[in-house]
Design a protein around this ligand. Structure first.
Ligand code: URA
Length: 231
């Protein structure tokens, strides 16, 4: 993806905290969930995340990676966690996986600056890109639930097994459940392959991972068109 596209999402953009939120009253221990309704806006949430020390991942991060995309997007995409480039830039899915994700979205005319909001199960990079632990996922979950509440998307896409486990609580293999619609908290969700998996399995053969991903994203496009047409 062209670098200039990322100028839309400045990681270090100065946003001032609304006076009404008492940040000191929000639980700082990863064992105490952040209550639903804590934040009035995504800006408040982003400000608070930048100082987060709720789990050990805080110690090694360069940036907290909160989101990119549109705050009013009809589609919310959840990945696993930041990699090295995401940690450096403070934005999710900006490395090779992100470039492929952009291509997949563009293939059905989804525009990242309008149609999608992208975030992760954990907001800080797990060292060496290991899978986040259950405790790290739990410590970060309140932020994610608040992002979902505030964006209020029509569709949630769960990229890969960690996103599926973190949201639906399912440990099924992604190959078995990808492309299926699930209802979660009254919202429509679909597990899809993680783009990193497609990078490791680049064959476009019919029935292969890339071919399946293209089927799934077309299904999502059709569903969104239907939902938008029905108000
Ligand atoms: N992989 C993810 O799951 N998330 C990112 O932000 C980048 C790579």
């Amino acid at each position: 993806m062209a670098d200039d596209q990322f100028s839309l999402f400045s990681a270090n953009e100065a946003v001032s905290a609304p006076a009404s939120l008492d940040y000191d009253a929000i639980p700082t221990s990863g064992n105490v969930p952040i209550p639903p309704g804590t934040y009035e806006s995504l800006e408040q949430l982003a400000i608070h995340c930048k100082d987060c020390q709720r789990c050990g991942l805080a110690a090694e991060r360069t940036h907290v990676v909160v989101s990119r995309g549109s705050a009013t997007a009809p589609i919310l995409i959840i990945g696993e966690g930041p990699g090295q480039q995401e940690d450096e830039q403070g934005l999710p899915f900006v490395g090779k996986s992100g470039q492929l994700l952009e291509k997949i979205l563009a293939s059905v005319r989804f525009d990242t600056s309008q149609d999608v909001y992208i975030c992760n199960i954990v907001k800080c990079r797990p060292p060496g890109n290991r899978v986040p632990t259950s405790d790290e996922m739990a410590a970060c979950k309140g932020y994610l639930l608040e992002q979902v509440r505030l964006v209020n998307p029509k569709i949630i896409l769960l990229t890969g097994a960690t996103a599926v486990k973190g949201i639906l609580g399912l440990k099924d293999g992604i190959t078995k459940i990808r492309g299926q619609w699930f209802e979660w908290e009254g919202r429509l969700c679909m597990p899809i392959f993680h783009p990193a998996y497609l990078l490791r399995n680049p064959s476009r053969d019919k029935g292969g991972p890339k071919w399946l991903m293209w089927q799934d994203i077309q299904t999502v496009r059709t569903k969104l068109d239907e939902l938008l047409a029905n108000g």
